[in-house]
Design a protein around this ligand. Structure first.
Ligand SMILES: O=C(O)CCC(=O)C(=O)O
Ligand SMILES: [Fe+2]
Length: 311
């Protein structure tokens, strides 16, 4: 069955003028955000602090990054799964790199230095500014959801423990005869929250609760906010984490920037979200352990390929 258009994905403007934190309009906006995440696991939001100029700089810098020789890109390694250079034989169109702690100058600088030992100021500055701005969006979304559940008192410590990973992803154009359908595995994110933005080349599809795939229309000013499995568990199953995949088409490469946030606190539902109607669904766990759990499978299955991987 062909995926349908994304007209039905909710759009929530978090920062509209009349919406000062604490106001009645804000409280109602908090509910919109919560409901979108409960129903769809994701929503679209305009986010003007990231100017179109900054977006252009980031996407141009990404092109330069992916054009680097593979010897440079494989230097992007990490103890944490999916934090480094990633290329998988069963999704040959896609390739990605990860920047740990991109909201700190140190994080972005050490990644930049690894890729360009002679420096690349433009890359470093644009990516760092981008990550800092988008992390503000991440904070705003979580504050609204925590408030909406009446558990705002946990927000500060949650955010204090939060760390970020910025994944820069390229989906190249398929060669003739090559199948572009599966540019990315169907999966749910293991993060707490993910914020995606693309270069206006379509590809992302999310699955609705009733099992339909819908295409997310790319749009320059819209960001996609998506709940991960950690958010689902924290909310005791209320927030949905949507299965999604990427199927690119056409003759333009797709670039996507994904800001993943991970909680450093043990993930456990607040007592306020547990009652007779909502018994505890998940044992407490660590966010990073969840990520490791899912990656082990892959690494074992494809260890041969990884060991022999040179490009
Ligand atoms: O390219 C995209 O839009 C999605 C990427 C994604 O789902 C992921 O990296 O987890
Ligand atoms: Fe994802």
């Amino acid at each position: 069955m062909n995926p349908q258009s994304a007209a039905e994905l909710p759009v929530v403007d978090l920062f509209d003028e009349n919406c000062k934190p604490g106001s009645a309009a804000w409280v109602s906006k908090c509910n919109d955000v919560r409901q979108a995440l409960e129903e769809y696991g994701c929503f679209l939001t305009p986010y003007h602090p990231v100017s179109s100029q900054l977006q252009d700089q980031v996407f141009n810098s990404m092109q330069q990054l992916f054009d680097l020789p593979v010897e440079n890109k494989v230097k992007n390694t990490s103890e944490k799964p999916y934090f480094g250079y990633f290329k998988h034989p069963s999704i040959p169109l896609s390739e990605s790199l990860g920047i740990d702690n991109p909201t700190t100058l140190d994080g972005t600088q050490s990644f930049t230095h690894l890729m360009w030992p002679n420096g690349n100021q433009r890359f470093c500055e644009s990516v760092h500014s981008y990550a800092k701005l988008v992390s503000q969006l991440d904070r705003a979304v979580k504050e609204m959801v925590f408030e909406s559940y009446g558990v705002g008192k946990y927000y500060d410590s949650h955010m204090d423990s939060t760390t970020y990973l910025l994944r820069l992803i390229k989906y190249r154009v398929a060669d003739e005869g090559e199948d572009a359908e599966n540019s990315g595995f169907p999966h749910t994110d293991k993060s707490f929250l993910t914020i995606l933005h693309d270069n206006q080349v379509a590809g992302l599809q999310t699955k609705t609760k009733d099992g339909r795939w819908i295409c997310v229309e790319p749009s320059g000013s819209m960001f996609i906010v998506m709940a991960g499995d950690a958010f689902l568990a924290w909310s005791n199953g209320r927030v949905h984490s949507a299965t999604h995949r990427v199927a690119t088409e056409g003759n333009k490469a797709r670039y996507c920037v994904a800001l993943f946030s991970f909680s450093g606190e043990t993930i456990k539902a607040p007592v306020e979200l547990i009652d007779e109607d909502h018994p505890l669904k998940f044992k407490p766990f660590e966010n990073m352990d969840l990520l490791r759990l899912y990656s082990l499978d892959d690494l074992q299955k494809y260890s041969d390929v990884f060991n022999g991987m040179t490009e």
